[in-house]
Design a protein around this ligand. Structure first.
Ligand code: SAH
Length: 277
Protein backbone atom coordinates (compact mmCIF):
# COMPACT_ATOMS: atom_id res chain seq x y z
CA UNK A 1 0.00 0.00 0.00
CA UNK A 2 2.67 2.48 -1.10
CA UNK A 3 -0.07 4.84 -2.20
CA UNK A 4 -1.62 5.23 1.25
CA UNK A 5 1.78 5.74 2.80
CA UNK A 6 2.43 8.54 0.30
CA UNK A 7 -0.71 10.55 1.18
CA UNK A 8 -0.13 13.88 2.91
CA UNK A 9 0.05 13.70 6.73
CA UNK A 10 -3.36 13.93 8.45
CA UNK A 11 -2.59 17.41 9.77
CA UNK A 12 -2.31 18.62 6.18
CA UNK A 13 -5.53 16.86 5.19
CA UNK A 14 -7.28 18.59 8.11
CA UNK A 15 -5.86 22.01 7.18
CA UNK A 16 -6.62 21.61 3.47
CA UNK A 17 -10.29 20.84 4.14
CA UNK A 18 -10.91 23.21 7.05
CA UNK A 19 -11.68 20.21 9.20
CA UNK A 20 -11.15 21.93 12.54
CA UNK A 21 -12.76 19.81 15.26
CA UNK A 22 -16.36 20.69 16.09
CA UNK A 23 -17.89 19.83 19.44
CA UNK A 24 -21.30 19.26 17.93
CA UNK A 25 -19.89 16.25 16.02
CA UNK A 26 -18.00 14.93 19.06
CA UNK A 27 -14.75 15.33 17.14
CA UNK A 28 -11.44 14.29 18.71
CA UNK A 29 -9.02 13.10 16.06
CA UNK A 30 -6.28 10.50 16.39
CA UNK A 31 -3.38 11.53 14.18
CA UNK A 32 -0.72 9.11 15.40
CA UNK A 33 -0.58 6.28 12.88
CA UNK A 34 1.10 3.99 15.42
CA UNK A 35 -1.97 4.25 17.63
CA UNK A 36 -4.52 3.85 14.85
CA UNK A 37 -2.59 0.83 13.54
CA UNK A 38 -2.65 -0.64 17.03
CA UNK A 39 -6.46 -0.36 17.04
CA UNK A 40 -6.65 -1.85 13.54
CA UNK A 41 -4.40 -4.73 14.57
CA UNK A 42 -6.66 -5.44 17.55
CA UNK A 43 -9.34 -6.28 14.98
CA UNK A 44 -7.07 -8.45 12.80
CA UNK A 45 -7.43 -10.33 10.53
CA UNK A 46 -9.23 -7.66 8.51
CA UNK A 47 -9.32 -9.20 5.04
CA UNK A 48 -12.63 -10.55 3.76
CA UNK A 49 -16.02 -9.39 4.98
CA UNK A 50 -17.06 -5.80 5.60
CA UNK A 51 -15.31 -3.55 8.08
CA UNK A 52 -17.74 -0.81 9.04
CA UNK A 53 -16.06 2.30 10.41
CA UNK A 54 -18.25 4.88 12.09
CA UNK A 55 -16.98 8.45 12.23
CA UNK A 56 -13.74 8.25 10.20
CA UNK A 57 -13.16 12.03 10.50
CA UNK A 58 -9.93 12.88 8.64
CA UNK A 59 -9.29 9.13 8.17
CA UNK A 60 -6.46 8.15 10.51
CA UNK A 61 -8.07 4.87 11.55
CA UNK A 62 -9.36 4.37 8.00
CA UNK A 63 -5.80 4.54 6.66
CA UNK A 64 -4.68 2.11 9.35
CA UNK A 65 -7.45 -0.37 8.54
CA UNK A 66 -6.46 -0.36 4.88
CA UNK A 67 -2.75 -0.63 5.69
CA UNK A 68 -3.49 -3.60 7.96
CA UNK A 69 -5.18 -5.43 5.11
CA UNK A 70 -8.91 -4.59 5.17
CA UNK A 71 -10.39 -5.36 1.75
CA UNK A 72 -13.83 -3.75 2.17
CA UNK A 73 -14.15 -0.73 4.47
CA UNK A 74 -17.48 1.12 4.63
CA UNK A 75 -16.93 4.42 6.41
CA UNK A 76 -20.04 6.20 7.73
CA UNK A 77 -19.53 9.88 8.47
CA UNK A 78 -21.98 12.66 9.32
CA UNK A 79 -19.74 15.68 8.70
CA UNK A 80 -19.63 16.60 4.98
CA UNK A 81 -16.23 18.29 5.48
CA UNK A 82 -14.77 14.93 6.53
CA UNK A 83 -16.35 13.16 3.54
CA UNK A 84 -14.69 15.78 1.33
CA UNK A 85 -11.34 15.19 3.05
CA UNK A 86 -11.67 11.41 2.63
CA UNK A 87 -12.00 11.52 -1.15
CA UNK A 88 -8.20 11.60 -1.43
CA UNK A 89 -7.95 8.32 0.46
CA UNK A 90 -10.83 6.85 -1.51
CA UNK A 91 -8.95 7.64 -4.73
CA UNK A 92 -5.92 5.57 -3.71
CA UNK A 93 -7.90 2.81 -1.95
CA UNK A 94 -10.11 2.18 -4.97
CA UNK A 95 -12.86 -0.33 -4.35
CA UNK A 96 -11.47 -1.20 -0.91
CA UNK A 97 -13.15 1.90 0.58
CA UNK A 98 -16.70 3.22 0.27
CA UNK A 99 -17.85 6.42 1.93
CA UNK A 100 -21.37 6.87 3.23
CA UNK A 101 -22.48 10.33 4.35
CA UNK A 102 -25.09 9.50 6.97
CA UNK A 103 -26.03 9.52 10.63
CA UNK A 104 -24.82 6.11 11.88
CA UNK A 105 -27.79 6.04 14.25
CA UNK A 106 -30.02 5.63 11.21
CA UNK A 107 -28.02 3.16 9.16
CA UNK A 108 -29.30 -0.40 8.77
CA UNK A 109 -26.18 -2.57 8.99
CA UNK A 110 -27.50 -5.46 6.92
CA UNK A 111 -28.04 -3.03 4.02
CA UNK A 112 -24.28 -2.38 3.85
CA UNK A 113 -23.53 -5.77 2.33
CA UNK A 114 -23.37 -9.48 3.11
CA UNK A 115 -21.93 -11.00 6.31
CA UNK A 116 -19.44 -11.24 7.89
CA UNK A 117 -19.72 -7.64 9.09
CA UNK A 118 -17.62 -6.02 11.77
CA UNK A 119 -17.49 -2.56 13.25
CA UNK A 120 -14.15 -0.92 14.04
CA UNK A 121 -14.42 2.67 15.23
CA UNK A 122 -13.19 5.50 17.36
CA UNK A 123 -16.72 6.56 18.23
CA UNK A 124 -18.09 10.07 18.59
CA UNK A 125 -18.45 10.18 22.37
CA UNK A 126 -21.65 12.21 22.40
CA UNK A 127 -23.54 9.32 20.78
CA UNK A 128 -21.41 6.30 21.69
CA UNK A 129 -23.91 4.64 24.03
CA UNK A 130 -26.98 5.07 21.79
CA UNK A 131 -24.89 3.65 18.93
CA UNK A 132 -23.81 0.67 21.01
CA UNK A 133 -27.36 -0.04 22.22
CA UNK A 134 -28.56 0.06 18.63
CA UNK A 135 -25.86 -2.43 17.60
CA UNK A 136 -26.74 -4.73 20.50
CA UNK A 137 -30.22 -4.91 18.97
CA UNK A 138 -28.60 -5.73 15.60
CA UNK A 139 -26.16 -8.31 17.00
CA UNK A 140 -27.34 -10.95 14.52
CA UNK A 141 -25.83 -8.81 11.76
CA UNK A 142 -22.40 -8.56 13.38
CA UNK A 143 -19.40 -10.84 13.80
CA UNK A 144 -17.68 -8.52 16.30
CA UNK A 145 -16.87 -4.92 17.22
CA UNK A 146 -13.64 -3.20 18.21
CA UNK A 147 -14.67 0.17 19.60
CA UNK A 148 -13.08 3.08 21.38
CA UNK A 149 -15.11 4.79 24.10
CA UNK A 150 -14.44 7.04 27.03
CA UNK A 151 -12.79 4.83 29.66
CA UNK A 152 -15.69 5.34 32.07
CA UNK A 153 -18.09 3.87 29.49
CA UNK A 154 -15.94 0.74 29.16
CA UNK A 155 -15.89 0.54 32.98
CA UNK A 156 -19.68 0.31 32.78
CA UNK A 157 -19.69 -2.21 29.92
CA UNK A 158 -17.55 -4.70 31.85
CA UNK A 159 -18.79 -3.96 35.40
CA UNK A 160 -19.66 -6.86 37.71
CA UNK A 161 -22.68 -6.96 40.07
CA UNK A 162 -22.33 -5.11 43.39
CA UNK A 163 -20.07 -2.43 41.93
CA UNK A 164 -20.95 1.21 41.32
CA UNK A 165 -20.50 0.95 37.56
CA UNK A 166 -22.88 -2.01 37.20
CA UNK A 167 -26.08 -0.85 35.54
CA UNK A 168 -28.40 -1.07 32.58
CA UNK A 169 -25.61 -0.83 30.01
CA UNK A 170 -23.58 -3.58 31.76
CA UNK A 171 -26.52 -5.99 31.75
CA UNK A 172 -27.57 -5.35 28.14
CA UNK A 173 -24.02 -5.51 26.81
CA UNK A 174 -22.94 -8.60 28.75
CA UNK A 175 -26.12 -10.45 27.89
CA UNK A 176 -25.57 -9.92 24.16
CA UNK A 177 -21.78 -9.95 23.96
CA UNK A 178 -18.62 -11.21 25.45
CA UNK A 179 -16.80 -7.96 26.22
CA UNK A 180 -13.16 -7.25 27.03
CA UNK A 181 -11.13 -4.07 27.56
CA UNK A 182 -8.06 -4.20 25.32
CA UNK A 183 -6.05 -1.08 26.19
CA UNK A 184 -6.31 2.57 27.18
CA UNK A 185 -5.34 5.63 25.14
CA UNK A 186 -4.37 8.85 26.92
CA UNK A 187 -6.29 12.06 26.25
CA UNK A 188 -3.08 13.67 24.98
CA UNK A 189 -3.11 11.37 21.93
CA UNK A 190 -6.11 13.24 20.45
CA UNK A 191 -6.49 16.57 18.66
CA UNK A 192 -8.08 18.29 20.50
CA UNK A 193 -7.60 16.24 23.68
CA UNK A 194 -10.86 15.19 25.38
CA UNK A 195 -11.20 15.59 29.17
CA UNK A 196 -10.91 11.88 29.89
CA UNK A 197 -8.88 8.78 29.09
CA UNK A 198 -10.21 6.49 26.35
CA UNK A 199 -10.37 2.70 26.20
CA UNK A 200 -10.61 0.26 23.32
CA UNK A 201 -12.92 -2.71 23.87
CA UNK A 202 -13.72 -5.81 21.86
CA UNK A 203 -17.28 -7.09 21.86
CA UNK A 204 -18.23 -10.45 20.36
CA UNK A 205 -21.94 -11.31 20.09
CA UNK A 206 -22.82 -14.60 21.77
CA UNK A 207 -24.42 -17.33 19.63
CA UNK A 208 -28.01 -16.36 18.77
CA UNK A 209 -29.41 -19.28 20.77
CA UNK A 210 -27.82 -17.93 23.96
CA UNK A 211 -29.47 -14.52 23.89
CA UNK A 212 -32.94 -13.00 23.71
CA UNK A 213 -34.28 -12.51 20.19
CA UNK A 214 -35.98 -9.33 21.40
CA UNK A 215 -34.08 -7.09 23.82
CA UNK A 216 -37.13 -4.92 24.55
CA UNK A 217 -38.25 -6.68 27.76
CA UNK A 218 -34.67 -6.71 29.12
CA UNK A 219 -34.42 -2.98 28.43
CA UNK A 220 -37.68 -2.35 30.29
CA UNK A 221 -36.72 -4.46 33.32
CA UNK A 222 -33.24 -2.93 33.63
CA UNK A 223 -34.56 0.61 33.10
CA UNK A 224 -37.07 0.14 35.93
CA UNK A 225 -34.61 -1.60 38.27
CA UNK A 226 -31.66 0.77 37.78
CA UNK A 227 -33.83 3.86 37.34
CA UNK A 228 -34.24 3.68 41.10
CA UNK A 229 -31.12 1.73 41.99
CA UNK A 230 -31.29 2.52 45.72
CA UNK A 231 -34.79 1.05 45.96
CA UNK A 232 -35.62 -2.56 46.71
CA UNK A 233 -36.70 -4.42 43.60
CA UNK A 234 -40.19 -5.11 44.96
CA UNK A 235 -40.65 -1.32 44.78
CA UNK A 236 -38.78 -0.41 41.62
CA UNK A 237 -40.48 -3.15 39.55
CA UNK A 238 -43.98 -2.17 40.69
CA UNK A 239 -44.73 -0.45 37.39
CA UNK A 240 -43.95 -3.64 35.42
CA UNK A 241 -45.52 -6.45 37.42
CA UNK A 242 -48.83 -6.38 39.33
CA UNK A 243 -47.18 -8.34 42.16
CA UNK A 244 -43.40 -7.92 41.97
CA UNK A 245 -42.79 -9.64 45.33
CA UNK A 246 -44.45 -12.83 44.08
CA UNK A 247 -42.51 -12.69 40.80
CA UNK A 248 -39.19 -12.26 42.58
CA UNK A 249 -39.88 -15.07 45.06
CA UNK A 250 -41.07 -17.29 42.20
CA UNK A 251 -37.69 -16.82 40.50
CA UNK A 252 -35.80 -17.54 43.72
CA UNK A 253 -34.80 -13.89 44.16
CA UNK A 254 -35.11 -11.77 47.27
CA UNK A 255 -37.83 -9.08 47.00
CA UNK A 256 -35.70 -6.83 49.20
CA UNK A 257 -32.65 -7.11 46.91
CA UNK A 258 -31.52 -4.01 45.01
CA UNK A 259 -30.81 -3.87 41.28
CA UNK A 260 -27.04 -4.05 41.61
CA UNK A 261 -27.22 -7.40 43.46
CA UNK A 262 -28.82 -9.26 40.53
CA UNK A 263 -26.77 -11.18 37.98
CA UNK A 264 -27.23 -10.62 34.25
CA UNK A 265 -28.97 -14.03 34.09
CA UNK A 266 -31.44 -12.91 36.79
CA UNK A 267 -32.46 -9.88 34.72
CA UNK A 268 -32.93 -12.17 31.73
CA UNK A 269 -35.28 -14.37 33.76
CA UNK A 270 -37.25 -11.28 34.81
CA UNK A 271 -37.42 -10.20 31.16
CA UNK A 272 -38.71 -13.64 30.14
CA UNK A 273 -41.31 -13.45 32.88
CA UNK A 274 -42.43 -10.05 31.58
CA UNK A 275 -42.84 -11.54 28.10
CA UNK A 276 -44.85 -14.50 29.38
CA UNK A 277 -47.29 -12.40 31.44
N1 SAH B 1 -12.13 8.16 13.77
C1 SAH B 1 -11.57 9.50 13.71
C2 SAH B 1 -12.51 10.58 14.26
C3 SAH B 1 -13.13 10.32 15.60
S1 SAH B 1 -14.10 11.68 16.15
C4 SAH B 1 -10.24 9.54 14.41
O1 SAH B 1 -9.96 8.59 15.17
O2 SAH B 1 -9.49 10.47 14.23
C5 SAH B 1 -15.73 11.10 15.81
C6 SAH B 1 -16.18 11.20 14.36
O3 SAH B 1 -17.54 10.77 14.28
C7 SAH B 1 -16.17 12.61 13.78
O4 SAH B 1 -15.53 12.58 12.53
C8 SAH B 1 -17.65 13.00 13.65
O5 SAH B 1 -17.90 13.89 12.58
C9 SAH B 1 -18.28 11.65 13.43
N2 SAH B 1 -19.70 11.57 13.84
C10 SAH B 1 -20.31 12.21 14.86
N3 SAH B 1 -21.58 11.83 14.98
C11 SAH B 1 -21.81 10.91 13.99
C12 SAH B 1 -22.95 10.15 13.58
N4 SAH B 1 -24.12 10.25 14.23
N5 SAH B 1 -22.82 9.30 12.53
C13 SAH B 1 -21.63 9.19 11.87
N6 SAH B 1 -20.52 9.88 12.23
C14 SAH B 1 -20.60 10.74 13.26
Amino acid sequence: MESIASLPPLRETIAAHGLDAKKRFGQHFLLDLNLTRRIARAAAPLAGGIVIEVGPGPGGLTRALLLEGATNVVAIELDPRAIEALHELEAVAGNRLSLLEADALEVDLTGLGPAPRRIVANLPYNVSTPLLVRWLHEADALADMVLMFQKEVVDRLIAAPRTKDYGRLSVLTQHVCEVRRLFDIPASAFVPPPKVVSSVARLVPRPAGERLADLGPLERVTAAAFGQRRKMLRGSLAGLFPDPTAVLIGLGLSPTARAEELLVADFVRLANHLTSE
